[in-house]
Structures are given as C-alpha cells and as structure tokens.
Design a protein around this ligand. Structure first.
Ligand code: PEP
Length: 251
C-alpha cells in the first residue's frame, strides 16, 4: 500500500505575510490529515517563513529546484546542503517550466537528482509531454526518454527514494486536466518502466503523482486510478480550502 502524497508547488508567488498565513492555515487543516504526506514547496525566499509555520507538524517542506554543486562561485544558485539547512526534506526537479524557460535538459535533471539523493533530500522529478508531442502520438516515447535520461543507471535502492510527477505540459496552469484514463495510461507505463529497469519491488513502492490543473473537483477521480498516488498541485495549492479538499480526496 503506497501512502499518497499531495505536494503544493507555489511557484513564484506570495510574499512573507501571505506565505505565513497560507502555511499556518494548512498546518491547521492538512497537518491534521492522517494517511497522506503533504509537502509545501514555496520559493527560496519563503523557505524559512514556511519552515517556521509548519515546524512540529506533519507538513513537510520542499524547494522548487537546486543546483548540483555543493558550494562556490555559482551566483544565484542554491545547493542541496543549503536546502537541507533551511529545513527542506524534498525538492522538485525538472519541472516543465524549468525545462521551457531555463534550458533544463534530461542530463541536467539527472545531475540535480544525484546531488539531491547524495544530500539525503527526496526528489520529486517531473516528466511530461507537450500538446504537440501528444497530438503526434509520441507521449510514451517522450516520457520514456525523460525518465530514462534522468534515472537510468541509478541503483535500485536510490531509484526507490525518488517520487515521480507526471505533468502533461498542456495541462499545467491551463485549466485543462488529463482525463483519469489518459493519466492512468501514462502512470502505468512509468511504473512498467520502473519494473523493467529496477525490479518489481521498486516499481510497486514508487509514488507517481499527477500534476496539471488538478482541482478539488477533479482530484478524487484522478487519484482513484490504481497508479496515481497523489498530486503535484500548482494554482490550487495557493488556497487553503482548495488544497485541503485535494488532500482529503487523496486520503
Ligand atoms: C505545476 O506547476 O506543477 C502544476 C501542476 O500547476 P497547476 O496545478 O497550476 O496546473
């Protein structure tokens, strides 16, 4: 039995007081839910505020990215050990917005993954096809290329620590959600790839989240699919009521 995960990707949103209010509100609601792991991923500048607001509760803290070097002359970058020092347990890696706007590739995703795992952070690695790729029928090919580029040659015990998020690019922030059947198909394919590459035990244990305009109204049906183990939520994670409703649906 895999414990579901609901992670909130706040992206480049909120100031200190709004973050404090949202995190404290979620501590009261999400912090009381049993049987679901809840992770909040604010921007770097808000990590300390959110850390203080959720400290002592079951809500975990994650970042939205990291750089693979440990320290040094890398202006503007943040390392895995800095994230740990800020109280993070998780980190999102390879989000499509990073691939689209910041030149992230499967190879750079892999370097970030290695660095996260070495530091003891739990990575949430994102994969997903564009609308064009879906329409030309290459979804499977694209996802396989992304996950094998990022994960192949890992030891099974390391692969077992990774959380995967399937996020069709065309569904992110667009209000257009994949149907449960569509999402399940890709999740199944990812789990099959994990089984073929790392063995059945790793594949059975790995949590695969769906992301892409998941809202309270669509969450339950998506997460009822056998291979969907929770959600990575953007827009709806910025509202206490919506995010809490999604967590309750996961439970
Ligand atoms: C995301 O950015 O990971 C995401 C899923 O965003 P949204 O829920 O807003 O589509």
């Amino acid at each position: 039995m895999r414990t579901p995960i609901v992670a909130g990707n706040w992206k480049m949103n909120l100031g200190r007081s709004q973050a404090q209010e949202l995190a404290s509100g979620l501590r009261e609601t999400a912090g009381k839910e049993k049987g679901v792991e809840v992770i909040l991923c604010p921007s770097y500048t808000l990590l300390h505020v959110v850390h203080d607001a959720v400290q002592g509760s079951s809500v975990a803290l994650g970042a939205q990215n990291l750089f693979w070097e440990e320290k040094g002359a890398y202006t503007g970058e943040v390392s895995a050990s800095m994230l740990l020092d800020s109280g993070c347990s998780h980190v999102i890696i390879g989000h499509s917005e990073r691939r689209q706007y910041f030149g992230e590739t499967d190879a750079s995703v892999r370097r970030r993954l290695v660095s996260a795992l070495e530091a003891g952070l739990i990575p949430i690695v994102c994969v997903g096809e564009t609308l064009e790729e879906r329409e030309e029928g290459s979804t499977e090919l694209v996802i396989e290329r992304q996950i094998s580029g990022a994960l192949e040659r890992f030891k099974p015990e390391d692969a077992a620590k990774i959380i995967i998020a399937y996020e069709p690019v065309w569904a992110i922030g667009t209000g257009r959600t994949a149907t449960p059947v569509m999402a399940q198909e890709v999740h199944r394919m990812i789990r099959n790839w994990m089984a073929k590459t790392f063995g059945d035990d790793v594949a059975e244990g790995v949590r695969i989240l769906y992301g892409g305009s998941m809202k309270p109204g669509s969450a339950a049906e998506l997460m009822a699919q056998p291979d969907i183990d929770g959600g990575l939520i953007g827009g709806a994670s910025l509202k206490v009521d919506d995010f809490t409703a999604i967590i309750q649906a996961a439970r």
